[in-house]
Write a protein that binds this ligand. Structure first.
Ligand code: SAH
Length: 373
């Protein structure tokens, strides 16, 4: 069975051979109006709908759980067809909503401050599993104005490259949900060789989780730095082709005693030099069993103040949804942690270290040699 939620407009048209306009019509139903079934497609002849139903479905993940924070943030857990759980977060802003979506089940990056990392990598999400994290809220809460999408949930979007790009293409399609390209942000820990491709393949906004301005510190908290040192990452960011007047969002998670000192902020400003960037400061959100602590409020304000006196716009991200573990780095789908995520990452990436970097396909969970469980 083909899940129509996996197809972009060209594929949908191709499905109908010599009647591509029927594919266009169905695309509009599936993505423009978030139809739940073929039965809703009233302008398509019943016979044709019956034929389509023989080979296609519209199959959404099931909602396994939905929790609301005291600040209105809503965390939705979806059960995928193989029983795996992923989480999305709906975030109320002043006059609109943002949707924080996951791109993978678990994550292979092993960032030590991130709860999702403790799951290890399980698998990439299908296109349908990504877009339905947006379409489900659109269907369920028609009264809310959903405007922004951020790939800041579970997973590293650039390691599920093809599916993420295709999902962005569908979500911005004029016949689909019509999100503005500028209002979709792909956030990455910095998969350097993918950055160049990204700027060519999409106009979605880029956010990079920098989190440290010193290579040794970054290496300690973000193991990916061993593969792509900070200097390489900064060079790739400086070379990143941005549409006019756009900037790269640099995310910086402030962790007590690790990267929150006045020296750290000076170094941070120094390495940003020459970059069209704005800064998003995120005070570390603790989670059960984590080795780090949230920064002192004074350290946060001092860090922010320093940045305000630099050429870079700074946003201090307000904690949202911490009471339901829905804030940055707190998503893990209610898994039981075996504590092996990080060790597994090291063991497996060590096994493969030295393997060729460039693969023929961009969508390969094996780029770091992390295998499915
Ligand atoms: N893999 C992607 C997207 C997911 S993480 C990336 O690395 O960008 C989204 C953001 O949450 C990142 O900026 C990350 O640094 C931040 N984050 C992770 N764990 C956190 C935590 N415990 N507290 C605060 N921010 C966290």
């Amino acid at each position: 069975m083909i899940n129509l939620l996996d197809l972009d407009k060209e594929q949908m048209k191709a499905l109908f051979g010599d009647r591509p306009y029927r594919g266009g019509q169905i695309f509009r139903w599936v993505f423009g109006r978030a139809a739940g079934g073929l039965g809703e497609m009233t302008d398509i002849p019943k016979r044709l709908r019956e034929d389509v139903a023989k080979i296609c479905t519209i199959s959404y993940p099931e909602v396994a759980d939905s929790q609301e924070s005291s600040d209105g943030t809503q965390k939705i857990a979806y059960r995928l067809s193989d029983g795996r759980i992923i989480e999305s977060v709906l975030i109320p802003e002043k006059d609109h909503w943002s949707i924080c979506v996951s791109s993978q089940v678990g994550c292979a990056m092993g960032c030590r401050f991130c709860f999702t990392a403790t799951m290890g990598f399980i698998r990439n999400l299908e296109v349908s599993e990504i877009v339905s994290q947006v379409l489900h809220p659109l269907r369920t809460y028609p009264e809310r104005s959903f405007r922004n999408i951020v790939f800041m949930g579970m997973g590293e979007p650039l390691l599920n490259y093809d599916n993420v790009i295709k999902a962005v293409r569908i979500l911005t399609d004029v016949d689909g949900p019509q999100f503005s390209k500028r209002r979709i942000t792909v956030s990455t820990c910095g998969i350097v060789p993918r950055l160049k491709l990204l700027s060519q393949d999409t106009e979605a906004a880029l956010a990079v989780s920098l989190n440290a301005a010193d290579n040794a510190v970054r290496q300690r908290i973000m193991p990916i730095t061993r593969k792509y040192p900070l200097t390489d990452l900064m060079e790739a960011l400086r070379a990143y082709q941005l549409p006019n007047r756009r900037r790269i969002t640099i995310e910086y998670v402030l962790i007590r005693g690790v990267n929150d000192s006045p020296k750290d902020v000076r170094e941070f400003i120094r390495i940003l030099h020459g970059l069209k960037a704005k800064v998003n400061l995120i005070p570390f959100n603790p989670w059960p069993g984590c080795e780090f602590q949230a920064p002192d409020q004074r350290a946060v304000l001092a860090f922010e103040e320093h940045l305000k006196n630099s050429p870079y716009t700074v946003m201090l991200r307000k904690e949202k949804g911490t009471d339901i573990l829905a804030a940055c780095g707190q998503l893990a789908g209610g898994v039981i942690h075996d504590g092996q995520g990080i060790d597994r990452f090291f063991a497996e990436s060590a096994k493969l270290s030295g393997k060729a970097e460039e693969h023929s396909s961009h969508t390969d969970p094996h780029i770091l040699g992390v295998h499915r469980r």
